[in-house]
Ligand binder design. Structure first.
Ligand code: OSB
Ligand code: MG
Length: 374
């Protein structure tokens, strides 16, 4: 496909309520969107980098530079036929997975439109609906958290994930399990604990959780493996898994028994499929994580979640939980059974609201071609 133009934008989108993890609070998203024009079609990609380099070393501004100065010009100089060619094109650039995914996912988006099939089908998806869970922010009080859980369960969500950190862990698990002994529960520490906390982490076994997500360092396998030997509850790795090779190492070392796949963290659809397949072949279930995405990233997460081994409820939930107005039409909604129905129209399956995107845009740059390696 001929790349006619790559336009990168930054949008400001306030969240309906702040989202707090062990590493900080987000009030407003700075969303980067790539818009790629090719032979009359337009593909969209969203950058999932946060506003600060706290989840990983990437953030909005580093991704902006990586895309406008390196990755965008390299892609514009090529004529990729498939999204699957992007890893080769971007290989000379180290790291920056979320920046790479922004562009690669837009190419897959175009490819699905060109082939006249849904993105889910293009990826090899097999599901007509996907099961949904929610990730619940650290709250100012236990009653506030309990009210939030009550609301999400009433809406049908199939799994409740509690963000936790030292001081906001066993006391909330006790309260939640006391009130809801049977619900499917998990927690996510975003690397908030250290090996001195190992006995404390082992006490999480009392709460019969589906998994404990990324308790230790963001880049670790070894100590997670040590911890997994002491824990009954499966560890799920998020931050540590950047690619298929990481997934193989983690599985072989028994550092985790579940994997959270995030498109941005693994550089886009190609590597997400590779991680998925590696886990499938080894009997390790996966689910799709979230990064407070706008509708475009959300649509891509939904398509990815239709692959066979996405057998656990993901963090992909309704648009209205994040934004008063989403930039896609229709917005993402979740049924009373806690499922999202997969659109089967060509491409991403959700129209892009270009008028609203234009109104929310705070900067915009058109990228010209140059080859990374000559
Ligand atoms: O670790 O899964 C995470 C949000 C921002 C950064 C990291 C994480 C999260 C979430 C929210 O858990 C998932 C979502 O609802 O999009
Ligand atoms: Mg996580």
């Amino acid at each position: 496909m001929r790349i006619d133009a790559i336009i990168l934008r930054e949008l400001h989108m306030p969240l309906v309520r702040p989202f707090e993890t062990s590493f900080g609070v987000t009030h407003e998203r700075r969303v980067l969107l790539a818009e790629i024009h090719s032979e009359g079609l337009i593909g969209w990609g969203e950058c999932t980098a946060g506003e600060h380099p706290r989840f990983s070393g990437e953030w909005t501004d580093s991704a902006w530079q990586a895309i406008t100065q390196e990755l965008g010009p390299a892609l514009a100089a090529e004529n990729p036929e498939h999204g699957g060619e992007c890893p080769r094109i971007f290989r000379p650039v180290r790291d920056n997975p979320m920046a790479k995914a922004t562009l690669e996912n837009a190419i897959w988006d175009i490819e699905a439109q060109r082939e006249g099939i849904s993105l889910s089908r293009l990826l090899g998806g097999v599901r007509e609906t996907i099961p949904c869970g929610v990730s619940l922010s650290i709250q100012p009080s236990i009653p506030a958290l309990m009210a939030m859980i009550e609301k999400e369960l009433a809406a049908g969500y199939q799994r409740i994930k509690l963000k936790c950190k030292p001081g906001w862990d066993v006391k909330i698990f006790e309260a939640v399990r006391h009130r809801w002994p049977e619900i499917t529960l998990s927690c996510d520490a975003n690397s908030a604990y250290r090996m001195r906390d190992i006995d404390h982490l082992v006490s999480f076994d009392h709460f019969d959780m589906l998994m404990i997500e990324q308790p230790l360092w963001h880049d670790d396998f070894y100590f997670h493996s040590t911890l997994q030997k002491r824990l009954e509850t499966p560890i799920c790795l998020d931050e540590s898994i950047r690619n298929r090779r990481d997934a193989l190492a983690a599985i072989e070392m028994d550092s985790c028994r579940v994997i959270n796949i995030k498109l941005g963290r693994v550089s886009g659809f190609s590597e997400a499929i590779a991680v998925h397949n590696a886990a499938l072949e080894r009997g390790i279930p996966v689910w799709c994580g979230g990064m407070l995405e706008s509708g475009i990233g959300r649509a891509h997460n939904i398509a990815l979640s239709t692959l066979e081994n996405f057998s656990l409820p993901g963090d992909v939930s309704a648009s209205a939980r994040y934004f008063t107005e989403d930039i896609i039409e229709p917005e993402v909604t979740v049924s009373p059974a806690g499922e999202i129905a997969i659109p089967d129209t060509p491409g991403r399956g959700y129209e892009v609201r270009t008028d609203l995107i234009e109104r929310l845009t705070v900067r915009k740059e058109t990228i010209r071609a140059f080859a990374l390696v000559s």
